[in-house]
Design a protein around this ligand. Sequence first.
Ligand SMILES: [Fe+2]
Ligand SMILES: [Fe+2]
Length: 429
Amino acid sequence: MSVLRHSTAHRSLTLLALGTLAAAPVVALPSTAWAQTAPERVLLSPTDDLATSQHVTWRTEGLDEGSHLEVIPVRGAYATTSVSAEHTGGTAGHQYYRATLTDLEPDTEYRYRVVPGEGAAGRWQSFTTADSEAVPFDFLYFGDIQNDITRGAAPVVRSALEASPDAELAVHAGDLIDHANNDSQWGEWYDAFGARTTGSINHVAAPGNHEYASNALSGHWALQFPGAGNGPQEGVDLAETVYSTDYQGVRFINLSSNYRDADVDDVDAWLELQNDWLVDTLEDNPNEWTVVTFHHPLFSNSPGRDNAPLREAWLDTLEEYDVDLVLQGHDHSYSRGNLVENRTEDPDAHTGPVYVVAVTGPKMYQATDQNWTSNGAEARVQVTDTQTFQSVSVDGSALEYVSTTADGAVVDAFTIDKDEDGKLVTDQY
Ligand SMILES: [Fe+2]
Ligand SMILES: [Fe+2]
């Protein structure tokens, strides 16, 4: 923590922390409730190394020159550290800030709060840095939340958080909201997770077509989801949307499938730029597991839909590097499958990547496996009119995946096991 910038303006908090003993909470929770000007929409987003660094974003009503974070490890006799915030931009009525914590200790719980230059501080929240080793953990995967969020999607989100209370990441496969720049819909999205979740676990979000309006990425996107900064950088919107982050033995990779909605002149070149970066990222991957997330599926569920340019640009790479999970959305139904050529003698098992399409919100489309079968793939599970969340547990060389409704009904389940002979994906439903 010593490398973090330490502001002399906050010595009083340093004194508060000094002398505290290990295993004791070091800072009392503030007794004041949220003030009218309190920072809001506090969100954790991944850096390229969540064992030692962390992005935190938030917003205030007015421009606030002195906004910063106060950060302190929950255990140990450490001083409070002040991390300055960068003003990243504004939307109508609000200004957004980002602080990037660096030189954190792995597998360590930190308490933090946003302190505006003027007005009341935000409440204390906490997060835990990733372990630097491949320690078992759980994460959640959400398809399109998008529609009727408060009444229709939030109950599924709440069920997910109750079913996987220890989930350390939430992966979003795009269409988080319906209208890219609708501030109240973004508000519903934050409320669905609740401040304790948006500010305590990392949200790995890939944009969908509904995060675009008039061929422009939502003005909220980069303010809320700054990205890890290790993507291709060049090309339309790729700096904010394409990146990777490693978490306890898993490399999470986000791609942008929005070739129809971003302001792209040459679709093939844009997708190939991402593919070149993807190859580099997969080639240089020390992790046992790889999860790739983007919005438009390589094998569509919806009748008449076909994302051929994506399939032509990325499928061979995903297969060649044997990516474990390909997490997608867009079709407002559920399916999970694989290439037919990866079938094994056991009809309940296959090798190679798993392709999933899921939907969290209530908007529903019909589904067919026609686009799967006409492109060398099979949908092992395909379900319509079903809102789900997905819980994934990673433990050494084993992975467990369960897709569940808000009522707890299991829609799909499989395991992936790896050993010296290779990998086997086995149906568990
Ligand atoms: Fe959608
Ligand atoms: Fe979509």
